[in-house]
Design a protein around this ligand. Structure first.
Ligand code: ADP
Ligand code: MG
Length: 394
């Protein structure tokens, strides 16, 4: 049945978030700055978003009592954690406005559904996913067309930051990798000749209005986002226009409400391929906090509260550097596994530095601990300060 009409929620009402990570924390900060109160549902007791929230519900994502409590307290609920069970979002939706909706989140949770959906959108988005084949069993591996090798075998569900994927040169390697993944449903994707990678953040309000942020150019290291530069030094106006058009077509087709990030590959021949989407604010959109009129987190609060979308224009060129737990070790004495706090005083002495740490007290390799965004009147100046920070942090 249709949920009852929900009017827009204005501060100081409560907004809710499923998930207590850094995306939730930055959402809490943005929503609180507007005067909302924010409740977080997250199993862990000490978590980045919980430290900032007005109320932390420590419970499993499927706990029916906690879900009812969250929906009862909050006018609207969103998610910061991509793998929150779609079923839980559906349950919340019986009592509260949920954005993005369970149906949208479940497409993004499954590479098979996601690629099928992108293909369905192609008539209006004018972009396709990488050539691929769904692998459910050994027979599917035998049937992979030869021209998909070399390829990447990716688990359909639960992959992130390059986890859950293996590069395979041949059918035999694909077979072995599939067995190593315990034969869970996978997608084998052709390895493409990437020139560079970009992402586009789009937002859509409950009234159907949508907006798209400037395109971001991303550099990954070991499958994890390393830096985001906006405007991207490689991005042509034509590429930006095509990616933004595609993002708007995709968000519109889903009748999505909230912030959505879509990752694209730009190939060496200049063509654009749609890779994946995240049904939430995204690491590559952190630059919006310091460089755009409305941050991706404030935008999410506006969209879920059914308020007008904010201005997506960028006011300063920006370079964002992700801060991983590794630098707590590599800058310490060689060979030591005692973590040492990085030189934040030196980083903050650089012009245009905006430091964001997520309140995680145990640095680990590959763990996202924070980010720093450099803004400046010119991109060159932002890039120079970014380069200095890379040297300081090692
Ligand atoms: P994750 O969910 O881990 O972000 P992605 O599908 O985005 O998974 O893959 C992570 C990174 O691996 C991409 O950002 C890109 O650098 C590389 N990659 C993924 N698929 C391909 C491909 N088909 N061809 C070339 N590189 C790829
Ligand atoms: Mg990715």
């Amino acid at each position: 049945q249709k949920p009852p009409f929900v009017p827009s929620a204005t501060p100081p009402t409560w907004l809710g978030v499923m998930g207590g990570g850094q995306l939730g924390r930055m959402f809490v900060h943005a929503a609180q700055a507007m005067g909302f109160k924010v409740a977080v549902l997250e199993p862990a007791r000490d978590c980045p978003a919980g430290q900032a929230a007005d109320y932390l519900l420590s419970a499993s994502y499927t706990d029916p009592v906690a879900l009812n409590q969250l929906a009862g307290l909050c006018a609207a609920v969103t998610t910061e954690f991509e793998n929150v069970p779609a079923q839980s979002l559906a349950q919340l939706a019986a009592h509260s406005f949920v954005a993005p909706a369970a149906a949208n989140v479940s497409i993004a949770q499954d590479r098979v559904a996601e690629k099928r959906f992108f293909t369905e959108c192609a008539a209006t988005s004018h972009v396709l996913p990488a050539p691929h084949k769904v692998i459910e069993n050994e027979a599917d591996i035998d049937a992979i067309p030869d021209d998909l090798f070399p390829g990447i075998l990716k688990t359909a569900r639960l992959g992130y930051d390059g986890k859950g994927q293996v590069r395979v040169r041949s059918r035999d390697e694909a077979r072995k990798a599939f067995q190593d993944m315990r034969s869970v449903v996978c997608v084998l994707e052709k390895m493409l000749p990437l020139a560079y990678e970009v992402s586009v953040l789009a937002a859509r309000g409950a009234d159907g209005e949508s907006a798209v942020y400037p395109i971001a150019e991303n550099v990954h290291r070991d499958g994890i986002l390393f830096s985001t530069t906006v405007p991207g030094p490689n991005v042509s106006a034509e590429c930006a226009r095509r990616a933004q058009h595609a993002a708007l077509a995709i968000i519109g087709k889903m009748e999505y409400v909230g912030v959505l990030c879509i990752e694209f590959f730009v190939l060496q021949d200049g063509s654009l391929v749609v890779n994946e989407m995240a049904p939430r604010p995204h690491n590559s959109g952190h630059y919006t906090i310091d460089a755009c009129i409305t941050s991706q987190f404030a935008q999410q609060a506006r969209a879920m509260a059914k308020l007008p979308l904010g201005d997506v224009r960028q006011h300063s060129p920006a370079v964002m550097l992700n801060i991983l737990g590794d630098i707590w070790f590599e800058n310490g004495s060689p060979g030591s596994d005692m973590p040492r706090e990085p030189a934040w005083d030196k980083v903050l002495a650089l012009p245009g530095a905006n430091l964001h740490l997520y309140g995680k007290d145990d640095p680990r390799r590959g763990r996202k601990m924070g980010h720093v965004t450099f803004v400046a009147p010119t991109l060159t100046e932002a890039q120079e300060n970014f380069a200095c920070a890379c040297r300081i942090l090692g």
